[in-house]
Design a protein. Structure first.
Length: 132
């Protein structure tokens, strides 16, 4: 079976999550609980399958055929991960993950002012939590 993850911008359940490509959701208000690095009580709106193709990763929204996709410093969805805009390079730093766009290699996914966007900066930290 697949392994599912929630992407979080703060490193805590009280942080924000990319629940859709249009904006952030507050995890604690959704009834999500955390035990260590594992979350429970998570609905499909918050969950991604993370898989690798070659050297790159893609994020598929659970329960849909949509992939998280870079679009002009922002995000959108696509129904295929074969295009470079839906592929990401992941790197770890002090427990946080940095997601760099394959199609715009100087841009990283980050959260700022209630919005997930892609920024020309590595200062934004994101966290992946495995879902039970």
């Amino acid at each position: 079976g697949s392994t599912y993850y929630v992407l979080d911008a703060s490193g805590s359940v009280t942080g924000t999550n990319l629940g859709s490509t249009s904006g952030a959701k507050t995890l604690s208000a959704a009834g999500i609980t955390r035990s260590g690095n594992t979350l429970s009580g998570v609905s499909n709106n918050y969950i991604y399958t993370v898989a690798k193709t070659g050297s790159y990763y893609y994020f598929k929204m659970k329960g849909s055929s949509n992939y998280l996709t870079y679009k002009s410093k922002g995000l959108t969805t696509s129904t295929s991960y074969s295009g470079t805009a839906a592929q990401w390079t992941l790197s770890l730093s002090s427990g946080a993950v940095r997601m760099r766009s394959r199609s715009a290699t100087s841009y990283y996914l980050g959260f700022n002012s209630n919005l997930f966007r892609c920024y020309n900066s590595t200062s934004y930290k994101l966290y992946l939590y495995k879902v039970n």
